[in-house]
Design a protein around this ligand. Structure first.
Ligand SMILES: *Cc1c(COP(=O)(O)O)cnc(C)c1O
Length: 432
């Protein structure tokens, strides 16, 4: 650190932001970035921040990763856009072939590319409805699927995502997920509870799709009890319901497997992907069973920019890194460092209700030790302290009481430990 956070240049830029950018676009940490890489962000004042957020699980392979930069440079000089639906190009097909091979399931698959996670989710629902000729969609409490109209309806939390933005799309039904800290149910019990609601209140024959994040992201890194996802997946198979895994946040080695579904032994019909896929360029995908993906009439899916050639080139760079095979192991090493470092904090501070997560997707849920109720205030104060010490630390959770860590998988042990030292200091500062 060379100045306070934010420093004078960032404060000046913040004033310009306030005057020029919609107030609806927030900023967790009001520093302005000029460079990034290797788990560090450099701000306009010359401060180096430790990045424990990866721009929300995007820069898994690192910021400005050399393989991504090289592919992008090459492509941007060749051509920047044609619209794949007008005149196609090979890179788009390359990305689809790779995703068909990478995603779980040894059946024949197809892929379609889009620009954002929300757009991928919307299209997965369109495909499921078209393939089944049914309308209802089952989503979950604590779910986050995006900010477009359909995905807002599927997202659980009102503030800040939905408040005042209705009316929302119809035929979205929300049921309870497995939340071991708060529901006391094992996986099969939690699944039976959800399935009872679907049976009674929706009717399985009306359900086109059930969509779930294998680990709820914005909802607070809620890891379902073992067997929960497998029971839901079986229920979908038995009832002709399309099982959609929203792997937008969990995908691409984030959890220590290429996709988090693999760790639950489940094979979704459709997978939605985005964030970690293209090293920071906007690209998203739906991959799934060929007969479902091909049930849509030609021209029924698409968009002007979907599968932009520069974004596809970036994805080839990122997927090449991921295919090299070391990142899943690295995510598991990061997990071990987190659990090692967080366990003594959990022993010391009863405010830590739970430490959970997988790979480089780890969270701390903070509670009032007397009642077990969520403590969003302590959460905000811990994050605020970390920010003042140049550590990018994000919060999450329906109740705003979760600190979540999403470091780039290329971060060094040293930087990670430095970031965790600041977290220990934050606890001491707020609670000792
Ligand atoms: C971020 C996210 C989305 C939305 O992605 P955008 O690219 O922001 O539209 C959807 N689903 C999950 C699980 C996410 O984490």
């Amino acid at each position: 650190m060379v100045t306070n956070i934010p420093g004078p240049k960032s404060i000046e830029l913040l004033a310009r932001k306030t005057a020029a950018v919609s107030a609806g676009i927030g900023a967790a940490l009001p520093i302005f970035v000029v460079a990034g890489g290797g788990g560090v962000l450099v701000d306009a004042d010359g401060n180096s921040l430790i990045d424990l957020g990866s721009g929300i699980a995007v820069t898994n392979v690192g910021n400005a990763a050399p393989t991504v930069v090289a592919k992008v440079r090459e492509q941007v000089g060749a051509f920047t856009h044609t619209c794949f639906m007008v005149t196609p190009y090979e890179l788009y097909v390359d990305v689809c072939e790779r995703l068909n091979a990478l995603t779980p399931g040894d059946f024949e698959k197809r892929t379609a590319l889009f620009n954002s996670g929300a757009e991928a989710v919307e299209n997965a629902v369109k495909i499921a409805r078209h393939a089944t000729r049914r309308t209802a969609v089952v989503a979950f409490e604590h779910a986050y699927h995006g900010r477009t109209n359909l995905t807002m309806a599927m997202t659980s939390k009102n503030m800040p995502y939905k408040d005042g933005f209705g009316p929302f799309a119809p035929e979205i039904y929300r049921v309870a997920p497995s939340y071991p800290l708060r529901d006391g149910r094992d996986g099969p019990e939690a699944a039976a509870h959800a399935i009872r609601r679907i049976d009674r209140e929706i009717g399985p024959d009306n359900v086109a799709a059930l969509i779930i994040e294998p680990i709820a992201g914005e909802g607070g890194f809620i890891v379902p009890a073992p067997g929960f996802l497998a029971a839901l997946s079986q229920f979908c198979t038995d009832n002709g319901i399309v099982f959609i895994a929203d792997e937008v946040q969990t995908g691409f080695c984030r959890t220590g497997a290429t996709f988090a579904c693999e760790q639950e032994g489940i094979v979704p019909d459709l997978v939605t992907m985005a964030k970690g896929m293209a090293g920071g360029l906007p690209l998203a995908a739906v991959t799934g069973r060929a007969e479902m993906m091909d049930s849509v009439h030609p021209g029924g899916l698409g968009g002007t920019y979907g599968g932009n050639p520069v974004a596809c080139a970036a994805a080839i760079g990122a997927l090449t890194e991921l295919a090299a095979g070391h990142l899943n192991g690295r995510a598991r090493e990061i997990e071990a460092i987190f659990f090692d470092r967080l366990a003594p904090l959990a022993d010391k501070y009863p405010q830590i209700g739970e430490i959970r997560g997988r790979g480089a997707m780890i969270a701390i849920e903070l509670v009032d030790p007397a009642t077990g109720h969520p403590d969003p205030e302590l959460t905000a104060n811990l994050a605020k302290y970390a920010h003042s010490q140049a550590v990018v630390m994000l919060t999450a959770g329906t109740y705003g009481n979760v600190i979540r860590f999403l470091p780039p998988l290329v971060i060094s042990d040293e930087l990670l430990n430095e970031g965790l030292d600041v977290l220990s200091d934050a606890f001491a500062e707020c609670l000792d």
